[in-house]
Design a protein around this ligand. Structure first.
Ligand code: 9Z3
Length: 354
């Protein structure tokens, strides 16, 4: 390459400044072409992900539920009311179409469930996109197997709530009912990565009209790799065929299309989970810039219940659980901080429109 550069300069008899300018021009063109290629490839990957995914059951019903929920108390346009989509729990990656085995991502759903409660307290309407079977809002005080542990038989045909659990059961039922009946909570379950991303796309499109009043709080642990539906074994993979050799495709990063196309004016928070604290903040910063997030919540697996770091363009903010208060949760100050940031974002957007 250098040989051809020297020859080129020699033949044209260029001076040093012209060579430098030509070099800058070349780099600029290179940068533009690569950016365009990157974006075209991403769009192709996203298109092929959705094309090959098994169609979402009840997608028309889900859209209808969402529209009714978003416009419940402000039928004209739904604008003005703050709505947050909280995602929670891990997505599965099926290995067989008639799925017996799957790959899973770690997440109990506690972060999403607790944050939902704090967002509702702060006046938000919450769309909770959660993994089936994970923690639910207002249920943290219930025992692990609530049905069997909270109730007791009084005789052969009647049962009652055990005295020891009556406060927890009453609280869970009352708060949950008030949130749902008051139009403040809509829960949508998913299991696979295919369901999760198709539902996130529908939710984002439904929230587009809310513009800056919409927020995404993406706490779900989303698979990075998947088996495309069409190349997936239909039946249970047989162990008699020997060791399993399997190629996983990379799940296209939907965060950038969420930001640029699905819901471009929404306030977007993503989460970054690492087990190695040395790379956590660097990776969170990369996500902030690459996907144009408004904040990235960085957490380490070992300490995620005690402390998180909110990474923003203007610096990092450490958020800790208040250890002096028994039962306090890190989601409390975290949601408080993000609600403040969302308010600033809304005020700036309104001021720009004036
Ligand atoms: C998180 O980092 C969540 O805070 C946790 C919450 C999963 C740790 P739990 O549900 O745990 O309370 O048990 N979520 C995001 C994880 C994730 O998959 N992030 C992606 C990444 O790190 C970006 S979307 O690459």
């Amino acid at each position: 390459f250098m040989f051809w550069v020297v020859m080129f300069v020699f033949i044209l008899g260029l001076d040093v400044p012209s060579v430098i300018w030509a070099y800058w021009f070349y780099c600029f063109l290179h940068f533009l072409t690569f950016k365009e290629m990157d974006s075209a490839t991403l769009h192709e990957e996203i298109h092929s992900f959705f094309e090959s995914a098994p169609p979402l059951k009840d997608s028309a019903k889900i859209t209808d539920k969402l529209n009714r929920f978003i416009h419940f108390d402000s039928p004209s346009s739904g604008k003005g009311r703050r709505v947050v989509c909280v995602t929670s729990g891990g997505t599965t990656v099926p290995l067989e179409q008639r799925c017996v085995r799957y790959i899973d991502n770690f997440s109990s759903g506690h972060r999403g469930a607790a944050s939902t409660e704090y967002f509702i307290k702060a006046g938000y309407k919450v769309i909770l996109l959660y993994r089936r079977g994970t923690c639910q809002p207002y249920c943290s005080s219930l025992p692990e197997d609530p049905l069997l542990e909270c109730f007791e038989l009084t005789d052969d045909s009647n049962f009652q709530v055990r005295q020891s659990h009556s406060e927890a059961v009453k609280g869970a039922i009352m708060n949950h009912h008030a949130a749902v009946a008051g139009g403040l909570l809509l829960k949508l379950p998913f299991t696979t990565i295919f369901e999760y991303l198709q539902m996130l796309r529908i939710i984002a499109s439904s929230m587009k009209s809310l513009e800056c009043h919409a927020m995404f709080y993406l706490a779900a642990a989303v698979s990075d790799f998947y088996v495309p539906w069409k190349s997936m074994a239909q039946h249970k993979i047989q162990s008699a065929s020997g060791p399993l050799d399997m190629r996983l495709m990379q799940v296209p990063k939907m965060l950038s299309v969420l930001r640029t196309e699905w819901s471009p004016s929404a306030f977007c928070i993503s989460f970054k989970l690492e087990t190695d604290s040395k790379i956590l903040l660097e990776k969170a910063n990369m996500a902030l810039k690459k996907y144009k997030m408004h904040s990235v919540v960085a957490n380490e697996l070992l300490t995620q219940k005690e402390e998180v770091t909110v990474v923003t363009e203007n610096g990092n903010i450490s958020v800790r659980r208040d250890k002096t208060r028994p039962g306090s949760e890190v989601e409390d100050p975290l949601v408080e901080l993000l609600v403040k940031k969302h308010s600033t974002y809304i005020n700036d957007a309104i001021a720009q429109d004036l």
